[in-house]
Design a protein around this ligand. Structure first.
Ligand code: MG
Length: 164
C-alpha cells in the first residue's frame, strides 16, 4: 500500500422538477418536459459532486462557497462552480482517484445519456473518463421523486493527497 493520504467524500442534492426549465445532469441537457428548479442552472448532479469533493478535502460545502442569496450565482453554469470548487481542492494538494454517482428520477432514463455525462464531468475535472461513473435509478413511483416532482443525486469520491 502507498503511504498516500486517502479521503472519501459524500455529497447529496435534491431539486424540484418544474416545466420551463432545462433538465441538466453533469452539464448535459436531457430531453424532458420538466427541469430542475434552482437559483443556479439547477444541475443537481454537479451540486452533489461539488459537496463530495469539498467535503473530502475538508474545505466546506457548496452553500458556503456559492451562497444562493448571492446574485452572482443566479442561473450560473454549474460546470463553472464545479471548476472553481475543484481548483480549490486541487490547490490544497488533492487528486481524484474516482467519483461514483447515483441519480434518482422517474424520467427521463439516465442511461442513454451516461456516456455524455461521464465525458462532460471528466472534461470539467480534467480526469480520465474511467475515473467518473454515473448510474440512473427510478424511485419506483414512491414519494415526490417517484411522482416526477423532484430529482436526487448522490456522489461519492475518493481523493489522494500528498504523502503524510
Ligand atoms: Mg442544488
Amino acid at each position: 500500500m502507498g503511504s498516500g493520504n486517502i479521503r472519501v467524500g459524500l455529497g447529496r442534492d435534491v431539486h424540484r422538477l418544474v416545466q420551463g426549465r432545462p433538465f441538466l445532469l453533469g452539464g448535459v441537457a436531457l430531453v424532458s418536459d420538466r427541469g430542475e428548479l434552482g437559483h443556479s442552472d439547477g444541475d443537481v448532479l454537479i451540486h452533489a459532486i461539488i459537496d463530495a469533493l469539498l467535503g473530502a478535502a475538508g474545505l466546506g460545502d457548496i452553500g458556503e462557497h456559492f451562497p444562493p442569496a448571492a446574485e452572482t450565482w443566479k442561473d450560473a453554469d454549474s460546470r463553472e462552480l464545479l471548476k472553481t470548487a475543484w481548483d480549490l481542492v486541487k490547490t490544497a494538494g488533492w487528486r481524484l482517484i474516482n467519483l461514483d454517482c447515483v441519480v434518482t428520477c422517474e424520467r427521463p432514463k439516465v442511461l442513454p445519456y451516461r456516456d455524455r455525462i461521464r465525458a462532460s464531468l471528466a472534461q470539467v475535472l480534467a480526469v480520465p473518463r474511467e475515473a467518473v461513473f454515473v448510474k440512473g435509478k427510478t424511485h419506483e413511483g414512491l414519494e415526490a421523486i417517484g411522482a416526477g416532482l423532484a430529482v436526487e443525486a448522490l456522489a461519492v469520491c475518493l481523493l489522494e493527497g500528498k504523502s503524510a
